[in-house]
Design a protein. Structure first.
Ligand SMILES: *Cc1c(COP(=O)(O)O)cnc(C)c1O
Length: 223
């Protein structure tokens, strides 16, 4: 897509989504130039699926945009991840939590994390099952170098927003329960759900963070 159309997409999205909802530009497979365009247009958070891609651009945009991990984080990438990410949205196992806590501690950082909820309970997907999130959150709270700031979910693989709605709604319920229990580090906890096809429904169901790729950058050629 041309620079102009990317800029136009960002502007209209920012006008459309309510002010309390944070926009994460999902940047997988996009060029540094494309990422620069969205930051110039006002995007303040860039989401990466791969540590390697984030490494290529994190330095270039340091101080201009925050950098979120939104893909599955492998434990052997955690050292690098704690250096470059401002938030890991995809905390999905206790083993990963332990590694993140250790490596963040090594560099004197407290790592903000969201628990990834496998809201559609698909066995081939990453994430904590909704019924296990409560117990898992209790364990995460004990790590000194992790700061639990909310929940994230992908929802089912579908382009039908109405099909996704009930999974978003279920995640919202768990989110509210945890919030009421004081499980999150900050009052303004994050509920990250919704992508290009589903962000409207996700916001209706309580998302205050949406991750949008194709609706900003156009269709992905690869990846
Ligand atoms: C790619 C991706 C998105 C954005 O998807 P689009 O359909 O391109 O908007 C959001 N979240 C995650 C975790 C992704 O991998």
């Amino acid at each position: 897509m041309s620079r102009n159309s990317i800029e136009w997409n960002v502007r209209s999205l920012m006008e459309e989504i309510p002010a309390h909802v944070k926009l994460v530009a999902a940047a997988k497979t996009r060029s540094e130039e494309e990422i620069k365009t969205v930051i110039d247009a006002g995007v303040r958070i860039v989401g990466h699926n791969y540590v390697s891609e984030a490494l290529n651009t994190a330095q270039a945009f340091k101080g201009r945009a925050r950098c979120h991990m939104i893909g599955h984080l492998q434990r052997n990438k955690v050292s690098k991840a704690v250096e470059i990410f401002d938030m890991v949205e995809t905390l999905d196992s206790l083993r990963l939590a332990k590694e993140l806590d250790k490596k963040a501690g090594n560099i004197g950082k407290v790592m903000p994390v969201l628990i990834e909820v496998n809201s559609a309970e698909e066995t081939q997907k990453y994430g904590v099952m909704p019924s296990d999130v409560m117990e898992f959150a209790g364990k995460i709270e004990k790590f000194e170098n992790l700061s639990l700031e909310g929940l994230m979910t992908m929802g089912p693989l579908t382009n039908s927003p109405e099909e996704a709605r009930k999974y978003f709604s279920r995640t919202r319920e768990v989110f509210e329960e945890l919030k009421a229990m004081g499980a999150f580090s900050s009052e303004c906890a994050y509920l990250s759900m919704g992508m290009s096809a589903t962000y409207k429904v996700a916001i209706e169901e309580g998302a205050n963070m949406v991750r949008v790729g194709t609706a900003i950058f156009g269709p992905r050629v690869t990846g």
